[in-house]
Design a protein around this ligand. Sequence first.
Ligand SMILES: [Zn+2]
Length: 598
Amino acid sequence: MSEPILVAVAWPYANAEIHVGNLTGAYLPADIFARYQRLMGRQVLMVSGSDAHGTPITVRADAENSTPLEVYKRFHEGFLDLFQKLGLTYDLFTSTHTENHFNVSQNIFLALKDNGFLYTASELQWYAPSQGRFLPDRYVEGTCYICGFTNARSDQCDNCGNLLDPAKLIEPHSRIDNSTPELRETEHFYLDLGKLQPEVEAFLRSRIDYWRSNVLRPSLGQIEGEGLRGRPITRDLDWGIPVPLEGWKGKCLYVWFEAVIGYLSASVEWGKITGDPEAWREWWHDLASRSYYFIGKDNIPFHAIIWPAELIGVGTRFDELMESAPPAEMVLPYDVPANEFMNMEGKKISGSRNWGVWGRDFLERYDPDPLRYYLTVNMPESKDTDWDWEDFLRRNNDELVATWGNLANRVLAFTYKNWDGRVPDPGELTAQDKELLAMVEGGFETVGRELEAVHLRAALGEAMRLATEVNRYLDQTAPWLAIKTDRAAASRSVYTALKAIDSLKVLLAPFLPFTSERLHTFFGYNEPLFGTQGLETRQDELGEHTVLRYYPDGASGRWEPSTLEPGRELRQPGPLFKKLDISIVEAERGRMGTVAVK
Ligand SMILES: [Zn+2]
């Protein structure tokens, strides 16, 4: 196999249900891209996991009188369920609370330290006299000194996206008991981003031709503006990865520092699970490999600056600590196609106000492919987009059902009935037939080019345009009428349409895997387009964790035009999509803002 492709997907915090904005922001585009790359025959590794250590989890555990472990496990199980139902084909979806991730993260920390990119300093940290302990930044809220947002976290403002200096926060208060915390001195390790800046800048400039401007501009802007400064990478906290040094008891690696390491540690864990512990090197050391980081815009600084800085800083020292030979430099992110946000009927999605559509809740009432379709045509690739139930209904009925589903079902059912369940022999194709097939088969080039560039909306739009062309062709050749007078002509146009649909099935498969797979069986094929998913339980010294895996065995899909042969035996076809009734719009709008979040 050629060209290793790493599909690195944002790690969801295991403290909240996943909503459609999260899905369209990072998880779904990653899966579409991974499925396409697999069809291209490339060596894909798609990894992610639950971010188990964030203070959002300890905050929730405190609020529920539960433990961080229980909170993380509960949400992790929900993610595993959702990702299977939506067909998100992670080669490995694991968690940061594993022995393997602890080990890899601690080795990254030690490699940076050995190479002189860490320093220690005393800093002021929030201390709660009422509780007698230091408070993580997220336990403290206040007013953003940059934009004036009143619910800013102490370390980052969710409104303007800026990283904040806690000392400058206006009117700080503890989220636990609303008491006023005080800043006390404590010693921590810092990542020396200033020292790494020249190499980070060179890295960003080498991506200037093809990175999305919403990712590149703010990242270079930060360097050209005030420049990079050291950031603390340890915290006074007992839930997380211990600092691997004597005398640092009670201090953990800061979650923003260790969670990004998950892409690497999950690759290492995947190798161990598959029985090839050194397999991760193919994606992390091979200079021909390309890594794509699918994230939301709120995570850009961590993936465009901090993670590359960590990778540059460890050099070959990480391999030495891992006892992996020969020691090599780490491959830097090839692309960070970060998405903007999706809003909900004109308002920002909010868990606390239950303003949103939650993935698992949605899939209790609808099929996965219509969701994947709507979230792709509406993907916030260059600007914020809006989920609108009327638009969802229209896209489902007018595009999925009418343009694509009915096309496939109508032609297959007509063939099945009139040609004895077999693909007809077309005889000599006409210029019109050949023109249609050339146009559809050109889609492997045009749709593929958009997918390659992670322009997923454009890619799906182009595939659907080709489906419209097949409908137009059928309107003109009308085999349903021709069959009464000229069976040979009907055979020809039915064969042509079937072959076009068989190709469209592949062009649409990364977006609509469930229905494409179904259509594939209607065509009489026995081997599936894609592999399967399943859960496995892993045991280590931290206990048990469940992982989601993708098994490529048996997958036969190729990003190539159909070679449909006359005489092929078809299976009894059926509808691919359901037409939705207008009444769902009012019903769904009524649910929003009222149904309790699980
Ligand atoms: Zn702000």
